[in-house]
Design a protein around this ligand. Structure first.
Ligand SMILES: [Zn+2]
Ligand SMILES: [Zn+2]
Length: 200
């Protein structure tokens, strides 16, 4: 079984649910993340509702490919695990590549298949919709494009829990830039920590 995240049309830019693009909902006092490589403001990619928590993903796009933005720890991306107090749209910095050009709603569709790639293919076959309308999947096992890169929690050093795989998106004009690859998000709930990486 795989819980596919499928494209569900345009979404409000400040909606509380799982979406790609728009403006992230954040707790009071939140400071928009900056890339440690180029010092530019990062781009908000997606937020994922996990019960009362909200996992939020950012990545540098000021110098695509030059800021180690695929790496979980190099400082070219940033993931947060917010709590129920993440209710206000963040203040968006005036400079840098900060927002995606489209806000996409996500509908989670359980599909009975051995693994994510088969589930995505089965959903596409059954619905007649393009494979690119599958925006990723929630939970289960990550389908690695390369070797297993499950990050360790920076606080407790245990392997983090896989939360979501994220595809580039349904429209190549507005898609996220993973170099044609796929993103992977993780959390350590006890440490209130999150991490993100991508592979191709
Ligand atoms: Zn950068
Ligand atoms: Zn931890």
């Amino acid at each position: 079984m795989a819980d596919l995240m499928t494209y569900a049309g345009p979404a409000p830019a400040d909606g509380p649910g799982t979406r790609t693009g728009g403006v992230p909902l954040v707790p009071a006092g939140f400071a928009w993340p900056e890339c440690t490589e180029c010092d530019g403001a990062m781009q908000f990619l997606a937020q994922v509702r996990l019960g009362g928590d909200l996992l939020s993903i950012f990545m540098c796009q000021n110098d695509p490919g030059l800021c180690d933005e695929w790496d979980a720890t190099a400082g070219g991306n940033r993931a947060y695990l917010f709590g129920a107090d993440a209710t206000e749209p963040a203040a968006v910095p005036g400079e840098g590549e900060t927002l995606l050009e489209e806000v996409s709603a996500v509908e989670v569709v359980p599909v009975d298949a051995p693994a994510y790639p088969q589930a995505a293919a089965e959903w596409s076959r059954r619905t007649g919709r393009p494979r690119s309308d599958v925006l990723g999947h929630l939970g289960g096992e990550p389908a690695w494009l390369q070797f297993d890169e499950t990050p360790a929690c920076a606080s407790c050093e245990r392997p983090m829990d896989f939360v979501m795989a994220l595809e580039e998106g349904h429209d190549w004009h507005t898609k996220i830039n993973f170099g044609g690859g796929r993103g992977y998000a993780f959390r350590c709930a006890p440490c209130r920590a999150a991490a993100f990486l991508w592979q191709r």
